[in-house]
Write a protein of this length. Sequence first.
Length: 183
Amino acid sequence: MSTSHPTLTLVQGDITEQTVDAVVNAANSSLLGGGGVDGAIHRRGGPEILAECRSLRAAQYGRGLPTGQAVATTAGRLPARWVIHTVGPVHSDSEDRTDLLASCYRESLRVAAELGARAVAFPAISTGVYRWPVADGARTAVATVRAAVAESPDAFDEIRFVVFDDRAREAYEAALADAADAG
Ligand code: ADP
């Protein structure tokens, strides 16, 4: 097997405990913290992360980080080296926002590659407070990451999907199996 192609892996657990180069945060546009993944990252990572987020707000993102974009900070006390904050779309029944969700994965990987982060852990962006159906979120995550790493196969060693509960794990297992079948 070629070593130049990153592995896509699935872990059921807590994103704040992942020993990778970068963990992705399902942030909100304020960058000033929230619930779910965001709350856990700031709680365990400590105040250094929030301090950098505040500086980013002041310097570059006065109106907040736009949905679908990504920006990196220190990971503070987390085992990772960086946190890449990205803002997922709130799910809507009347409008298809899949492009924005895909953009979160693409932009986070673009930032990771710029940093030289070779192992990256993603939560199931938007599938919590932002109500994205997890099966669809998983398909979008897997398809987008596969396409992105195919474009720069030497940039990464591992892209890890980290899910909290059984339902999300099953959704990712199915999405990864479908992707493997599709070649
Ligand atoms: P969003 O606001 O983008 O929907 P959330 O943080 O509310 O983000 O939830 C995103 C997903 O992450 C949900 O599926 C939720 O169950 C899961 N989740 C929540 N906390 C953690 C954690 N500490 N580690 C990994 N996944 C988590």
